[in-house]
Ligand binder design. Structure first.
Ligand code: SF4
Length: 67
């Protein structure tokens, strides 16, 4: 099973919690104060990290779709 990650940049407040949880998938554009999605379809070994990033995002800006 694969996954697709979506970041709602309108909702994102740049808290950077996501990059702490899954640094291979999320980075932070510090000047914009928004997340940068490094991988839209991460491999399954990153699923636990991506799920916890979605869980901790204070803005609930991260959606993970299962493909
Ligand atoms: S944790 Fe949420 S609000 Fe914070 S940078 Fe990531 S997507 Fe944006």
């Amino acid at each position: 099973m694969s996954m697709k990650v979506i970041v709602d940049l309108q909702a994102c407040q740049g808290y950077a919690c996501c990059m702490m949880e899954a640094p291979a998938v999320f980075d932070l554009d510090e000047s914009a104060g928004k997340a940068i999605l490094l991988q839209e379809t991460p491999t399954d070994d990153l699923r636990a990290q991506v799920d916890s990033a979605a869980r901790v995002c204070p803005a609930r800006a991260i959606t993970v779709e299962n493909g």
